[in-house]
Design a protein around this ligand. Sequence first.
Ligand SMILES: Nc1ncnc2c1ncn2[C@@H]1O[C@H](COP(=O)(O)OP(=O)(O)O)[C@@H](O)[C@H]1O
Ligand SMILES: [Mg+2]
Length: 448
Amino acid sequence: MKKFGQYIITKEIGEGGMGKVYRAWKVSEAGFKKLVAIKILKSSKHTELFINEAKISAKFDHENIVKTNNFGKIENSFFIEMEYVKGINLMEFLKKANEIPLDIFLFISEKILTATEYIHNFEGRRLIHRDINQKNILISWTGGVKLSDFGITLPQNDKIDPFGKLSYVPPEVISGNRWTQQGDIWSIGVVMWEMLTSQRLFSSPNPEEVKTKIIKGSIPPPSSINPIVTEHIDEVVMKALSRNPFMRYNSAEEMLNALKIACEKSSIPQIYQKDFAEFIQSCFSEKIREEEAEIAEEERKIPDLLIENQSGKISNEITEKITPTLNKTQKSNKTSEKSAKKEKTKKHVKRKIKTNIKELSLFFGIFLGFSTGILKSIYEIKKAQEFLKNGTKLISQNNISAGKELIKKSFEISGVKEIEFILRGLENVEQENQQAEKQKNFRKVQKR
Ligand SMILES: Nc1ncnc2c1ncn2[C@@H]1O[C@H](COP(=O)(O)OP(=O)(O)O)[C@@H](O)[C@H]1O
Ligand SMILES: [Mg+2]
């Protein structure tokens, strides 16, 4: 578990080309907490694309597209906050389910095509996903199917023309032509072929071999591998896998209509989300139980940290008590222009300390919570808390240096490293006070 700005990161859940994805809790005032997924950019060479991903995906509003809620920079790392999809990606699903029934195939394909159609028509920008593959299709335990990872989603004629996972890249792009939306249709064709056959279509440890297979390798109709596949479904998938992009479907919508007709002709019924959810839940009952237990355990710990450690209380106690002290000093300096400037600096220091103390006490609370029973004994935590309490009391009495020492001790016991900024803040106040004191004495001497 690691604190990351407003988030508590609890688990790494995935890694792709651009970033690592984590499960995290967004925590806020009054014990507010929400489960989210956070993608953190791995290397600064992809910063521009990462920003593009955040901006584009934040605008998407579709039930079959993973929602992006926030973007920012914490501790020098860019991140994207997304809805956390409790579930698996399509690759994990196919591995476990082995052979999937055709109605399930239809359900998943329909959702992928609907999401792709939405992206292709989004704001008339001719966007192309460019990385539709098994890992970028998420399936929730409640039967939701969501397209994700817009790391290289760019308009058709963008200045750059990147591609994603090699095995899903269309042959014309491998041969050096630019992407068109028909490229995404090809990638969907590959995904559908793989769903029907439970095999990989173009795979090899050698990328050059993958490219050769894409350009001229054989593409057997899915029914030749899985006999339950009908010729009507074969036709749809094989059309999407035409090497000539002009021979593919004109749009994802057109392909979806063709698929629906093919399934009707093959007497494959359309199922509802709840049917799909039941199927998923039957395949992954153990994993679901494990994940639920993990999440419940995390959730149980987080209120411990934020509420029961009285982080709110501590922060209020400190800020409320420091504020009047600073106000007093400010009042005495109000008259001269010089003191007005000083006041400004003090206000700044005060504000900074307030935020720092708030952040710090939150972190402190969190840390104490995590360490309970893991790293520190209850005795030590109590001792640390006692030092912190007495330290803040001394600060409120304007005895900054003694208070600072106690707070320092408290952090030493708890092992919290991130204390420099608060100590620096306190040192500033201490210096300001000393200066004010000196001036007072100086004025006294002058009067005499
Ligand atoms: N919002 C999410 N909720 C749950 N799991 C996710 C989420 N986003 C991504 N993942 C997991 O992390 C993996 C990698 O994420 P992805 O966005 O594809 O990263 P990259 O851009 O690095 O490929 C996915 O395959 C999926 O298993
Ligand atoms: Mg990905």
